[in-house]
Design a binder for this molecule. Structure first.
Ligand code: ATP
Ligand code: MG
Length: 393
């Protein structure tokens, strides 16, 4: 059956009054963005507080449902058939044909729900539902009615035209991108940070990203992997602006002048400082990382305390209480995992000490950083000035 449209269901909590328009408009924009790369010719419309995606001509059903399934804010996707207003007998026949085609077995329980925005046609909703139920029971003897827990909820809505649907495919939930400000993701080539970006974006936050690379110690291919990951996250989060920062000189300076067991933590502090100044420039309201308590030496509670100390913006760490397995599950679900495990080196792994401190002391770390005093401000400034910007997605 070729469905003519999709009714988009969205969660309504917190979107009363003026916010409702912002929410709906952002959702419609994201739907258009998600469908942009499909072959389909479509139109996104809003009618009496309902959002529809109307399809013109042929399209690939799975591709369209898949794309809509990536739009945050959607809780249900209902494929709909649309009929012009017609005689009651014809509407019954069309509805019966719909049931027959979508449920060939017909051995099921159902309930009819009717709504009329146009009160001039047919009969009151309750009566309409009862009569349609009766018609279907007459036509298909295998059917039975269950008003409490029907297997099929058959909806008939009379508006400018008549909309018939009974199937609801779950959407991802969350809030439409653009309804909750902007944050800056520290995106590495690993498994965790793309998942962290995905999770914050799901709350309606527009994200941009920062990647630190260290050529020639890290390769072009490692950078390309991060661009690919940004594009994967962008399938859900909308276009992502990726700031690529050359971190080589800073890493070499840290390596040369600071105790080796403190390398990672000092490096992480400079990453946070630089990410924060990019965030402030982008009018972003927070940083996002893929950190999770205890995962590695730089993510113990003490390390997080010392890393966090250099930031004045809030740092969102949506994976903080997650086990790796749970993170991997989400990574697979969003299609990032295969890319994340490509074996290209990361700047963190190249300059890593054999025995990094797991309980850094902020006072010690500040003293070590003091060895960089002559050069570091200039290096940070140059790193920011020479950033490369890549638009992903
Ligand atoms: P991931 O899988 O996200 O790389 P990880 O387990 O390797 O995380 P770390 O290397 O300690 O953990 O990094 C912690 C967080 O710091 C990452 O989740 C990411 O947000 C940020 N980060 C690490 N390396 C980089 C980098 N080269 N560029 C940008 N951000 C980075
Ligand atoms: Mg990493």
């Amino acid at each position: 059956m070729l469905f003519k449209a999709f009714l988009i269901k969205y969660g309504e909590i917190g979107i009363k009054g003026k916010n409702r328009y912002l929410f709906e408009d952002a959702l419609m924009d994201q739907i258009r963005y998600a469908l942009r790369d499909t072959e389909a010719d479509f139109e996104v419309t809003k009618e009496q507080g309902r959002i529809y995606v109307e399809m013109n001509g042929d399209y690939d059903y799975d591709e369209v449902v898949d794309a809509l399934g990536r739009v945050f804010g959607i809780v249900g996707i209902c494929p709909v058939i649309i009929s012009e207003k017609c005689r009651w007998e014809d509407l019954c026949r069309i509805t019966g044909d719909y049931m027959e085609e979508n449920y060939p077995d017909l051995n099921l329980t159902f309930k009819v729900f009717c709504r009329r925005a146009d009160k001039h046609i047919y009969k009151p909703s309750m009566e309409m539902a009862a009569d349609m139920g009766e018609y279907l029971l007459d036509r298909f003897s295998q059917l039975s009615v269950d008003v409490h827990h029907p297997q099929v909820s058959l909806n008939i809505e009379v508006r400018e035209r008549v909309y018939i649907y009974s199937i609801e495919i779950p959407g991802p939930g969350g809030m439409p991108i653009g309804t909750n400000g902007r944050a800056t993701l520290l995106l590495s080539g690993g498994i965790d940070s793309p998942v962290a970006g995905y999770m914050i974006a799901k709350r309606g936050v527009k994200i941009d990203a920062v990647y630190f690379h260290a050529p020639p110690y890290t390769s072009e291919r490692a950078k390309q992997k991060v661009v690919d990951l940004a594009a994967i996250v962008a399938r859900y989060a909308g276009p992502i602006r990726l700031h690529v920062i050359n971190f080589t000189d800073i890493q070499l300076a840290i390596y040369e002048k600071c105790p080796h067991d403190e390398l990672t933590i000092i490096m992480r502090r400079y990453m946070m400082r630089i990410a924060q100044s990019i965030a402030l420039e982008e009018k972003s309201m927070g940083l996002i990382t893929g950190e999770s308590i205890g995962q590695v030496a730089s993510q113990t509670m003490q390390s997080l305390l010392v890393t966090n100390a250099v930031c004045s913006l809030p740092v969102y760490r949506p994976l903080i209480g997650f086990d790796k397995n749970d993170i991997v599950d989400i990574s697979k679900e969003i299609g990032a995992f295969e890319t994340s495990i490509e074996p290209y080196e990361d700047c963190c792994t190249i300059f890593v000490a054999k025995h990094p401190v797991t309980k850094p002391n902020e006072h010690h770390i500040c003293r070590s950083e003091h060895h960089l005093a002559d050069v570091i401000d200039q290096m940070v400034e140059t790193a920011i000035k020479t950033q490369e910007i890549i638009d992903c997605g």
